[in-house]
Design a protein around this ligand. Structure first.
Ligand code: ATP
Ligand code: MG
Ligand code: MG
Ligand code: MG
Length: 487
């Protein structure tokens, strides 16, 4: 089944269950000081959950453009290394707002769980045996262990007990913040291991880092509490359902492949990268990672630009610039891409996604121009860095390059440290890594001290804004520290 059809079937399924299909909200958020990018389907409905706005429809479904590169959800370091975390991805979701004991059109756990199961196993025909679910058991506001008995009972009517795994507060309890709506969740995971792999590691752990082929696909959140300022939970008079399913992961399962990058969401882009850099995906791990990073990052960058967020030196624009530079550098280092090339991927992206997201098609020219210009100037920086590196080498007496010099290159000129190390290796030099890390730590301590001072006079509203710049590839999401004066 083609990805286009998978998306359409999801929406159609919920439409038939009385849901209003709404458009994706922009991925770049302009009017919320607590969040820079949409990182989940529920973001655009936040005001409904908080009770500040009354929704027009009680049942809603959509596909939402998400970006997880900062704050609470930062997957950047996984991207390219694993095959199921992206920076930009689509989150399919269905919602019920304000279920008040059967009044109106709202629904809660029973419908949400049964429909999710029906869609996956009857419409999409995923093998029931490969699915596992999780149910919340943990402590929420006391030391007492609580079980989401309601969800447990519903699942017991659907799957055998060995398919139900308990998850604690970290994995199975969703909260918007320190206060506000929250509740337990149930996740659906798929086990794509071969029988041989299963024999090696019997049973299943739903923490997907334990096995890359046991992957979470859908999260069903049941908002039934309100956390008060004193930390205590009180039952919400009207409950909400908020679900999110990774579209690219669903495509992976339905297309019978073991990596999101082998679905038709990504293969056209990957084929184009192969042609441009004259390499084959699958050749070796470093170039595989580079190709995945590029295929992923061009989406994040193109979607941001089409939302009106250009790369820049501050805030969201800086996050986008660093994502683009990260991809350029991977291409430069591992695929020998010394000329601008990412702008040439925009066409394929528009061909595959322009129908669902027309803003991409409409902004194609702008996206290409901006990306090409960014590539051009960053490649120049890389070139200048190489010249500087030459002069460092000329002034290095032995065969080991001073870590402080490497740090200077990195810090002042944006010259990535792994690139420095690579070039040094090629030229028969080594890097004084200790010295580099010491210089890095010194700088980190300096910025930490600075931010501590500022915390005394200012309140920082959200963790999204609290990131500190620690270096080029360690934390790519330099987020402008937005501060609010205490009132
Ligand atoms: P994971 O544990 O795999 O990181 P998550 O628990 O952080 O996922 P949720 O916040 O529950 O994810 O988001 C709902 C769904 O969105 C997930 O079940 C998953 O299918 C998908 N998803 C989450 N993060 C990503 C990502 N970085 N790339 C692609 N899909 C994602
Ligand atoms: Mg995650
Ligand atoms: Mg998870
Ligand atoms: Mg989850």
């Amino acid at each position: 089944m083609k990805s286009q059809e998978i998306r359409a079937r999801f929406l159609d399924f919920f439409k038939k269950k009385g849901h209003q299909i709404v458009p994706s909200a922009p991925m770049v958020i302009k009017d919320d000081p607590t969040l820079m990018f949409t990182n989940a389907g529920m973001n655009q409905f936040k005001e409904f959950f908080l009770g500040n706005t009354v929704p027009k429809y009680q049942r809603v479904a959509d596909t939402q453009k998400c970006l997880r590169v900062s704050g609470k959800h930062n997957d950047l370091e996984e991207v390219g290394k694993d095959t199921y975390h992206h920076t930009m991805f689509e989150m399919l979701g269905n919602w019920s707002f304000g279920d008040a004991h059967g009044r109106g059109d709202g629904y809660f756990k029973k419908e949400a769980i049964h429909w999710a199961w029906e869609l996956l196993t009857e419409v999409f025909k995923i093998d029931r045996e490969s699915l596992f679910v999780s149910v919340f058991e943990g402590s929420t506001d006391s030391d007492q262990l609580e079980l989401d008995q309601e969800a447990m009972d519903i699942w017991k009517g659907i799957v055998s007990e060995d398919k139900i795994i308990l998850g604690d507060k970290k994995d199975n309890f969703w909260e918007m913040g320190d206060q506000g709506p929250c509740g337990p969740c149930s996740e659906i995971h798929v086990d794509l291991r071969t029988p041989e792999e299963k024999a090696k590691v019997p049973g299943v752990s739903l923490v997907n880092k334990d096995h890359p082929l046991v992957v979470e696909i859908w999260n069903l959140v049941f908002m039934q509490y309100n956390r008060k300022a004193n930390g205590k939970l009180e039952a919400l008079p009207a409950k909400h359902v908020d679900t999110g399913m990774g579209f690219e992961r669903l495509c992976m399962v339905l297309q019978g492949v073991k990596s999101n990058y082998d679905t038709d969401v990504f293969t056209p882009i990957i084929r184009e990268i192969e042609t441009i850099v004259n390499s084959k995906y699958g050749k070796d791990e470093p170039s595989n990672i580079a190709i995945r990073v590029i295929a992923d990052h061009i989406r994040a960058v193109a979607f941001s630009i089409s939302d009106g967020q250009l790369p820049s030196n501050t805030g969201a624009g800086y996050v986008i610039r660093r994502i683009l530079r990260r991809a350029i550098r991977y291409g430069f280092t591992f695929l020998g891409a010394k000329e601008p090339f990412m702008f040439r991927l925009v066409k394929v992206l528009v061909d595959t996604m322009g129908e669902t997201f027309p803003e991409l098609r409409e902004q194609r020219q702008l996206i290409e121009n901006v990306v090409r210009e960014e590539e051009h100037s960053f490649l120049k920086t890389l070139d200048q860095g190489l010249v500087l590196l030459d002069s460092v080498l000329a002034n290095t007496p032995g065969k080991e390059v001073d870590g402080r010099k490497a740090f200077e290159l990195y810090d002042t000129y944006g010259f990535p440290i792994d690139l420095t190390a690579l070039i040094l290796g090629e030229r028969g030099y080594s890097l004084d890594e200790k010295g580099f890390h010491a210089a890095m730590k010194k700088q980190k301590d300096r910025s930490k001290a600075a931010s501590q001072v500022s915390k005394e006079d200012w309140v920082i509203l959200a963790d999204d804004l609290e990131q500190e710049f620690v270096g080029y590839d360690l934390l790519e999401t330099h987020v402008k520290l937005v501060k609010y004066r205490k009132v």
